[in-house]
Design a protein around this ligand. Structure first.
Ligand code: ZN
Length: 742
């Protein structure tokens, strides 16, 4: 699973600052830097650079290609024999590289279609839709009989016939717009287009509005011919293709629906199906635009309410009239508790074995998963091969590195959530950071989301990895692209005579839609998610195949190798630094921005007085002060550490002095302090007070989640309570930093 919005949001994702015209020095340092590395004393840094260079020489396009070929030979949906075979492959590869690796099993609720779903128009005429992806002759795997039929994970079984209503993206405001036009979704089957929210949100909102079934289709404006040539001529979605995917309410809680908050190991207590709050009760079915066209062009009723028009070549109507289109929808799901397999590899740290740097990627796919997620699996294996080479040369990391290959992510982050729940106590004690890669490569454009404390680490590592296409650093290519994407109008500001330049490409906020969620938002582990993206229209379809990757995504497989280099470099810096490179000044600045935006929204809604913004703002300021203090102290101690180092350039690591170690512990404890075990309102599994997925976005983050939600709901008492809890959390974070003071 993975959002596909990056391409559409780039223009919004720019950090713009005004600098005097002509001052273009920023970001123009040489692409392959040789300077210091944050967190390392000078001599340590020199040694680290040698290790890193040795490491980065290992990942190779040819072997990444071979991993991908093996992993995508057959469809491998979670819980299948083919999925198990990929787990064995990953485990055995890790072992071959000298990394200890084991499988960990869970028993979780996974539905599969018992029979292919039926969608037919019954009025004004009868026509059965195909609901099947066509075989593409040049893509040999597209004819596999093992490809699962088009379905949405956790759809209910059902057999319904009703009038059809087009609900645009299926968000609350779309239903509001329809109500104003006198169109009611109650008792109807609705059809929504993909985009603008996680599909589980569309299912939930449809159910809340009284719909008895929902079709979700891929509009050609989103990832079809409106974007460009369709597969196999181009990388975009052809007419028969639809997007599978889970409709679990992961914004409520992810993981196995039957074991919220606890691991679904053998014999674990399970709740009853009637008690499950994370899945829909109505049939939900994905269809192609080829099929959707048949229904949509027949619809009567109001013509294209504002924002409702999509990319099919006719005016969109809402439907819902007395003599309008009627649809029959039948879904037949086989709900069973099935076994899934995580693979966990471990490289023990030499000096701080109980500090873990985690790298994770899911392995299960709806079909072949060449992009989503096995480009990431290939990168994980190449990074592991790099660590293996270092191990053979006598290297050991200071801290432990844990390599995780998750299962059943597609159904709802299940393998990672169950593992994180099982090892919650240990993770809270030991986890330094969690580095996620889901889609490693669908193109050449680097992007990342993370907690603000790790922004500088990501940028620094990206400076030391070569971008295959441009030959510049990944960092430079990323900055150049952001600058190019900046609208022309922003470039000059006539009034001040200054020109607006992007000083840094923005690193996004973590919402949900991949496996970092249990680590960051349930346990408070600092997290990163990243990858290279591009023109990718075959998401969750039968054409997310090796052939697609070779033809469009990464024909030379150089970006797979680049991802392994970058991911591994970040992991190595966290695993080797004597003083952890976490920057809480950036975190404080980001929280302050969120607060300013929130106050503005609250003001507009006449809720400005509903919460204590002053206390919150004071807490952020104190946090910022303490963050600056600890960073200064951290740098001083690293320098001292350098002086203390014997001048013989030996290869042995030096024990971190006690004072620096206390600082490291404090830096890791900050993120933990931002969780509140009482949980967010109405969704206790989510405990992080700054980051959570939005109720009505599902993928996108809603920073300061409970406060924002209360303001959206115009609920003053809730806003007061939410602000108080956030204030407490920030104060706890400040206290965590203070603990490191001598
Ligand atoms: Zn994925």
């Amino acid at each position: 699973m993975k959002t596909i919005f990056a391409r559409h949001t780039i223009a919004l994702a720019l950090v713009i600052s005004f600098v005097m015209a002509g001052n273009a020095a920023l970001g123009q340092s040489s692409s392959m830097s040789t300077q210091s590395i944050d967190g390392f004393a000078a001599q340590e840094a020199a040694r680290e650079r040698r290790f890193e260079e040795q490491f980065r020489a290992v990942p190779k396009p040819a072997s990444a290609r071979e991993h991908l070929r093996r992993l995508t030979a057959e469809p491998h949906v979670a819980g299948s024999q083919e999925d198990y075979a990929t787990a064995v492959y990953v485990r055995d590869q890790l072992r071959a590289y000298g990394v200890r690796a084991e499988m960990e099993e869970y028993q979780v609720l996974l539905p599969l279609p018992k029979t292919p779903s039926v969608v037919e128009m019954v009025a004004p005429r009868r026509e059965r839709l195909k609901v099947q992806e066509e075989i593409v002759a040049e893509d040999s795997t597209s004819s596999s009989r093992k490809i699962v039929p088009l379905f949405n994970g956790y759809s209910a079984s059902g057999d319904v016939t009703a009038p059809l209503v087009y609900v645009n993206y299926g968000l609350p405001e779309d239903y509001e717009a329809l109500k104003k036009l006198g169109v009611d979704a109650r008792g109807k089957i609705v059809i929504a287009r993909y985009g603008n929210s996680f599909r589980g949100v569309k299912a939930k909102v449809a159910e809340q509005n009284g719909a008895i079934g929902i079709l979700i289709y891929s509009d050609p404006a989103d990832d079809g011919y409106v974007q460009g040539d369709v597969y196999p001529k181009g990388p975009w979605r052809p007419a028969s293709s639809a997007q599978r995917g889970s409709v679990q309410y992961l914004f409520q809680y992810p993981g196995d629906p039957l074991t919220p908050g606890t691991p679904s190991i053998k014999g674990a207590p399970r709740i009853k199906m009637e008690e499950v709050t994370s899945i829909p009760h109505i049939p939900v079915q994905p269809i192609s635009y080829g099929d959707a066209r048949v229904l949509l062009q027949q619809l009567g009723g109001a013509v294209r309410p504002k924002g409702f028009q999509g990319g099919l070549p006719f005016a969109y109507h809402t439907g819902g009239g007395a003599n309008d289109v009627r649809v029959h929808l039948r879904t037949d799901m086989d709900y069973q508790v099935r076994t899934i397999w995580d693979v966990i590899g471990r490289i023990d740290g030499a000096l701080e074995k109980d500090s873990w740097v985690l790298m994770g990627n899911h392995r299960d796919a709806w079909t072949f998963g060449a992009v989503d997620p096995n480009s990431g699996t290939a990168a994980l294996l190449e990074a592991a091969r790099g660590f293996g080479q270092l191990l053979k040369s006598g290297w050991t990391p200071r801290r432990s590195i844990v390599l995780c290959s998750w299962d059943a992510e597609e159904y709802g982050l299940i393998g990672s959530t169950e593992w994180a729940e099982q090892h919650a106590d240990e993770l809270q004690q030991k986890a330094v950071a969690y580095l996620n890669v889901d889609v490693a490569v669908s193109g050449a454009n680097f992007g990342a989301s993370s907690v603000p404390s790790l922004w500088k680490l990501i940028r620094g590592a990206a400076r030391d990895v070569r971008d295959p296409k441009t030959g510049k650093s990944v960092y430079q290519a990323w900055q150049d692209r952001s600058r190019d994407a900046q609208p022309e109008a922003d470039l000059t500001n006539a009034a001040s005579g200054a020109s607006a330049r992007i000083t840094e490409a923005r690193i996004g906020a973590l919402g949900s839609g991949s496996d970092y969620t249990p680590f960051l938002q349930h346990l408070g582990v600092p997290s990163i998610d990243m990858g290279f993206s591009g023109d990718y229209g075959v998401y969750h379809s039968a054409y997310d195949s090796f052939h697609w990757m070779e033809k469009f995504g990464d024909p030379t497989f150089e970006y797979h190798a680049a991802m392994a280099q970058l991911w591994g470099t970040i992991a190595l810096r966290l695993a080797m630094a004597s003083g952890l490179p976490f920057d809480y000044t950036d975190y404080a600045t980001q929280i302050r921005e969120y607060l300013t935006e929130t106050e503005r929204t609250a003001g507009r809604r006449k809720l400005g007085d509903s919460f204590d913004a002053k206390a919150l703002s004071t807490a952020v300021n104190e946090f910022a002060e303490e963050a600056a203090r600890i960073d200064k102290r951290r740098r001083e101690l690293i320098l001292e550490f350098d002086k203390a180092t014997p001048q013989q350039g030996n290869a042995n690591m030096i024990q971190t002095p006690e004072r620096l170690r206390r600082i490291n512990d404090a830096l890791v404890a900050v993120e933990r302090a931002l969780i509140d075990s009482r949980g967010l309102r109405g969704r206790a599994w989510y405990t992080h007070q700054i980051y959570a997925p939005g109720f009505y976005t599902g993928y996108a983050a809603q920073p300061l989640p409970d406060l924002r939600q209360a303001i959206e709901d115009r609920n003053a008492p809730n806003a007061r309570e939410a602000a108080a809890r956030i204030t407490e959390a920030i104060r706890r974070a400040t206290d965590a930093l203070r603990k490191a003071r001598e």
